[in-house]
Ligand binder design. Structure first.
Ligand code: GLA
Length: 570
């Protein structure tokens, strides 16, 4: 009898666990429709993966995917956290509780927690550095999702009233196979077939991008001035050729309370008032011996919420070719509203084919944060480069975590025409020391990463120019063999290691001696460990700009905290 009762109790505790597994949706009325009408509904999809009384999952909103972590089930009550760990460091955490009744799940944000940063990885320095930067799109998306949930709840059942606690989100369970199609139907893709290379980006692309410094403040005037400065500062002659406009050049948003459509009546994508004449801007940038890049995405909206290319891929590619665009960064963001995960390669290939059909040489940059083993299919989808991580921030923790911890193992995917992209440079944005920026430049070069500066070139101080214009280091990045470097050794506690990296070159090997610890450290490299067999090789220190003698079989040197000694050995 007792055993039967405990069995029944156990079953009733587990039943909700099984019910939680699967796909749920929370739909909000869209904002900013024409003539005061609501816009299209905003769909938030939650996918819960249950293991006993624990669960994880994803929260997919039009702008962002958040990880669901530390989920626990107790009868019909659940609790979990959302984290944007894949995008910023340290991650931003929010706590939720929920009640499960049949096919209805009610979620409530635990107040006072939503701004917390968790994970215990952040230091005061990183928080301060992040606070001085414009809010990252991930943080903004999370803030917006939380605010939207609160607002939707207030307007709906059981709302907390203006200014009160956010009201619950009420989710409905749905059949996962139909979830994405229901949100935004699209014709099925034909089976995925690799396409041949487009012949571009034989070495990692170099240039400048507006996002890291200017985010939404980029405009025609600043791009022209940046082109002038890139030409006059020597950056152009050092190889920084692409001037790339990131998000917020588009139309498709609310201006003075009224919705401004993102396209004209024929479906042509529109620029906003910051970019009155994109063709004239391209002509100007070209006249400086530079090339112009632009930004869009496979979903209906960009990460900043502007018009993107869903359903207009060929038309947009033709528009950009007509304007004289030479580079496209194509950012997933709201792609989740339309496509399932397995459709990433086809959604990207659709744009690759559209670009090729224009007949113009346009570098194609995939931006989907390294999800779904992008290295396995990025080149076959027509990409010249693909992001491998979430967004970089201008601080040591972010840069070093991305560069040292998240790239090793991806080298097999890189080569002429197709590169791993650990995100754009932060050199010159003020959040790191000169020593740390030298490490940033050196590591990105060892990784054969694209070198897209992201600072205000108009006001670049000499010490930043010395870093970005170090031709000997740039030559490592741009080496024609196009081999991504690998780690040779790593010692010390996690996050504070001493590391030796090597990058085989067309002639010789580049060696980076990196010190991630808090004190100066002595590092040694034996030539035999980096593939140099000759005794007494020619050794050059690429930051000191001097040849090193007396290093017949190995070299030992003191490296400052967070610093690097970068060598070329032949
Ligand atoms: C994403 C990308 C960034 C930038 C922004 C623009 O976060 O990863 O590099 O393009 O979108 O909104």
């Amino acid at each position: 009898m007792f055993r039967l009762a405990s069995c029944v109790l156990l079953l009733s505790a587990l039943a909700p666990a099984a019910d939680l597994a699967g796909t749920w949706q929370f739909e909000q009325a869209g904002r900013g429709g024409r003539g005061g009408q609501p816009g299209p509904p905003i769909v938030n999809t939650f996918i819960f993966k249950v293991d006993g009384t624990k669960f994880t999952g994803s929260w997919i909103s039009p702008q962002q995917v958040l990880d669901i972590v530390n989920g626990s089930i107790n009868g019909g009550e659940i609790a979990f956290q959302t984290s944007d760990d894949h995008s910023t460091i340290p991650p931003r955490i929010a706590n939720y509780t929920g009640t499960l009744e049949g096919d209805q799940l009610t979620l409530t944000l635990v107040m006072g927690q939503q701004a917390a940063r968790g994970g215990g990885r952040g230091t005061q320095t990183s928080l301060t550095a992040q606070a001085t930067r414009s809010t990252s799109p991930e943080q903004a998306a999370l803030d917006e999702a939380i605010a939207a949930a609160a607002q939707a709840g207030r307007g709906g059942r059981g709302g907390g009233g203006r200014g009160g606690a956010p009201a619950p989100m009420i989710l409905k369970k749905i059949n996962s196979a139909t979830a994405f199609k229901a949100a935004n139907p699209h014709a099925p893709f034909p089976p995925f077939k690799p396409i041949p290379p487009n012949g571009l980006a034989k070495t990692p692309p170099m240039g400048w991008n507006s996002w890291n410094k200017f985010a939404g403040r980029v405009d025609d005037k600043s791009v022209r001035e940046m082109a002038d400065a890139i030409a006059s500062s020597g950056m152009r002659d050092a190889g920084y050729i692409y001037v790339n406009i990131d998000d917020t050049w588009e139309q498709g948003r609310i201006v003075d309370g009224a919705w401004v459509p993102g396209r004209d009546k024929d479906g042509n994508i529109l620029t906003n008032e910051k970019f009155p004449d994109m063709k004239a801007l391209a002509d100007y940038v070209h006249s400086k011996g530079l090339k112009l890049g632009i930004y869009s995405g496979p979903g209906p909206r960009t990460c900043a919420g502007y018009e993107a290319s869903y359903g207009h891929e060929e038309q947009d590619a033709r528009t950009w070719a007509k304007w004289g665009i030479d580079y496209l960064k194509y950012d997933w963001c709201s792609g989740n509203q339309v496509y399932q995960g397995s459709e990433h390669p086809s959604a990207y290939q659709k744009m690759a084919l559209a670009l090729r059909a224009t007949g113009r040489d346009i570098i194609f940059s995939l931006c989907q944060y390294g999800w779904l083993d992008v290295g396995e299919w990025g080149a076959n989808a027509g990409g010249n480069l693909w992001r491998t991580t979430g967004d970089i921030s201008d601080n040591w923790q972010s840069m070093s975590h991305i560069g040292f911890d998240q790239q090793a193992g991806r080298e097999k995917y890189a080569g002429p025409g197709h590169w791993n992209d650990p995100d754009m440079l932060e050199i010159g944005n003020g959040g790191m020391t000169a020593t740390e920026y030298r490490t940033h430049m050196s590591l990105w070069s060892v990784l054969a990463a694209p070198l897209l500066a992201g600072h205000d070139v108009r006001t670049m101080p000499d010490y930043i120019a010395d870093i970005l214009l170090n031709k000997e280091v740039i030559a490592i990045d741009q080496d024609p063999a196009g081999i991504q470097g690998t780690r040779v050794s790593q010692i010390g506690p996690e996050g504070y290691t001493l590391e030796v990296w090597k990058k085989p070159l067309a002639k010789g090997v580049a060696v980076g001696l990196f010190n991630r610890s808090l004190d100066t450290a002595r590092l040694t490299v034996k030539w035999s460990d980096v593939g140099i067999t000759a005794e007494n090789p020619k050794v050059r220190d690429l930051w000191a700009h001097r040849d090193i003698t007396n290093a017949a079989t190995e070299y030992s040197v003191n490296v400052p905290s967070h610093g690097v000694v970068m060598l070329r050995v032949e």
